[in-house]
Design a protein around this ligand. Structure first.
Ligand SMILES: [Zn+2]
Length: 227
């Protein structure tokens, strides 16, 4: 049986030239504007040919979300979700409350990426609550509808993080674990763009198909050994 994914989510951060305020560690995740246009156009065509639902997400809430990403997505009629950090809203180079309302009114999704861009797996209970419930409270005040999706900063999580998200009222979590996911499911895997990565959808499908059949094969062997 061959593996046929339904949906692919590609994740981006900033687009264009990183501003001086962008932390050094985030710079390899910035893509040039021309490269972004070409990549998204190519991938959109490939997804149509493969009958694959394509969703683009953008973490960190950089100003390029509304200046570069949203206009291209509108042109290509592609869905997008933006995950800002509420602690950076209205800072130089980042989205503000009005930008979020504009993006939401244009039909894009808005989710939480926490407050201060911290690795959630390493936080204690109270800090985690401040990041997860606190960012949601801020976004809920800005937007007309409650926010119920989150993207994990640094892709960092453990069981307690997922529990805290669920208790705070989130219905979907977007990870940085590479792979395909089904629309609407709780756990959404994403392929994140960074310098040198290849987003060819045929190749990604083949790689993950092999990985999946190997995992199923190993699970079967394990079950046999337990009988
Ligand atoms: Zn981030």
């Amino acid at each position: 049986m061959s593996y046929r994914p339904q949906q692919v989510i590609l994740n981006f951060h900033g687009i264009g030239t990183p501003t001086a305020t962008v932390p050094e560690a985030e710079k390899p995740y910035w893509i040039g504007e021309g490269d972004f246009h070409k990549l998204v156009s190519d991938v959109a065509r490939q997804a149509r040919e493969m009958n694959l639902h394509l969703l683009l997400t953008f973490d960190d809430g950089n100003k390029s979300d509304i200046e570069i990403a949203a206009p291209l997505l509108k042109d290509l009629d592609l869905p997008g979700i933006f995950f800002p950090c509420t602690g950076r809203l209205a800072h130089a180079g980042y989205l503000d409350a009005e930008d979020l309302r504009t993006l939401a009114a244009d039909g894009f999704g808005i989710g939480s990426h926490g407050v201060d861009h911290l690795p959630w797996a390493r936080l204690g209970r109270e800090e985690l609550k401040a990041e997860i419930a606190g960012s949601k409270a801020t976004l809920d005040q800005i937007l007309p509808a409650p926010v119920d999706i989150a993207a994990l900063p640094f892709g960092s999580y453990r069981q307690a993080v997922l529990g805290a998200l669920w208790r705070a009222g989130y219905k979907q979590v977007f990870t940085s674990d590479p792979g395909f996911s089904r629309p609407g499911h709780w756990f959404q895997r994403r392929f994140s763009w960074h310098e040198g990565v290849d987003f060819d959808l045929e190749r990604l499908t083949k790689t993950h198909s092999r990985l999946k059949s190997r995992l199923i094969g190993e699970a079967k062997k394990l079950l046999k050994s337990m009988r």
